[in-house]
Design a protein around this ligand. Structure first.
Ligand SMILES: [Fe+2]
Length: 337
């Protein structure tokens, strides 16, 4: 198996024109536009597809409201695609398009697809950092930028009823790797053919980060460094788009810089940069939820500023214990040992 990442995010939205304007301001390249569908393509070859939420071609879903209505995961070879399809067909409905794309649902009802994906390697050249006594750049300026131009779709996030059970499906049936467990909040995982810290985060729909029913939460788009992230952020603000719930900062989990915007697609969209990379040598950790959420933020909300945060990040040498089959099996404090 080798799923290499998100090939397409298919959105169902209220207002296609507004969403096209949003993603153009965000820095994506519009590839095609028709009455029914707008499609953006990123440098790695991945796509964002915008359709009306009433479009009959969208799969039915556990997800309520607008937002991503189907994630098409990219597979590196026909052989691997057919092996995944053969396995999935044993216990669920699966539909094929003429081009071989397979459509199906996870055990918890998330609409998913698999498609052959020739993922392109993108090129970045972040400016070296300076520090007192350390000159990564001597007599050299950092890049000057006008706009952010994301080159990758890094991850997508959904709120689901039981993130432990939903995670098992991705691990056992699609080969995803566990990256982290954020206590009582959710599970981060990556595709077996990707080294991004995570390509999918499933969070508890009753955690307070979601309204108590399954929703699309946000998607993350990769930019080169903090300058591109903040130049993009300034441009989005100038264009009148609203900053998302966490604003700008750095997550402690994945060490990733973030900048969130509320999106007319529903949910939010995130610029991301300087995230950790993982391979199969990584030992996942369980994290205190607030400790993992942020290392710093430009505008800390009161509920974080005044919180007593336990510095807890403990390696899980065995991954999620097999007896934890659902949220209901978690101990009261959420800690696995
Ligand atoms: Fe994110």
């Amino acid at each position: 198996m080798a799923i290499t990442g998100i090939e397409t995010l298919v959105y169902g939205v209220e207002n296609i024109n507004e969403c096209v304007a949003f993603f153009e301001d965000f820095g994506l390249n519009l590839k095609s536009r028709s009455e029914e569908c707008a499609q953006f393509q990123l440098e790695e070859g991945s796509k964002v597809e915008i359709r009306s939420i009433k479009d009959p071609s969208l799969p039915d879903s556990i997800l309520q409201g607008t937002g991503v209505r189907e994630v098409i995961w990219g597979v590196d070879s026909t052989e691997n695609l057919e092996a995944l399809v053969a396995s999935l067909q044993t216990d669920r409905d699966l539909r094929r398009d003429a081009d071989g794309t397979a459509h199906f649902k996870s055990d918890c009802g998330l609409p998913l697809g698999l498609r052959l994906y020739d993922k392109k390697k993108v090129l970045n050249c972040p400016d070296p950092l300076n520090a007192p006594g350390v000159a990564g750049r001597l007599n050299v300026s950092r890049k000057w930028r006008l706009r952010a131009r994301p080159k990758t779709i890094t991850h997508v996030v959904f709120a689901v009823e039981d993130f432990v059970a939903s995670h098992r499906f991705f691990e056992e049936r699609l080969g995803f790797r566990l990256s982290e467990y954020q206590i009582h909040l959710g599970i981060y995982m990556r595709c077996d053919g990707a080294s991004d810290h995570h390509n999918l985060f499933l969070l508890d729909m009753n955690s307070g980060s979601a309204p108590g029913y399954p929703i699309y939460h946000h998607a993350n788009f990769g930019v080169e460094d903090i300058d591109e992230l903040m130049v993009g952020t300034n441009h989005m603000k100038r264009r009148g788009w609203s900053v998302g719930g966490l604003g700008q900062g750095r997550h402690r989990i994945a060490s990733a810089l973030f900048s969130y915007f509320k999106s007319p697609t529903g949910g939010e969209v995130e610029y991301g940069s300087d995230s950790d990379y993982l391979d199969d040598n990584y030992v996942p950790r369980e994290w205190n939820a607030l400790f993992g959420l942020q290392s710093w933020m430009t505008e800390q909300p009161e509920w974080i500023k005044n919180a007593q945060i336990e510095w807890h990040a403990k390696h899980m040498t065995e991954g999620m214990p097999a007896h934890i089959r659902s949220i209901k099996d978690l101990p009261d404090d959420g800690k696995l040992a």
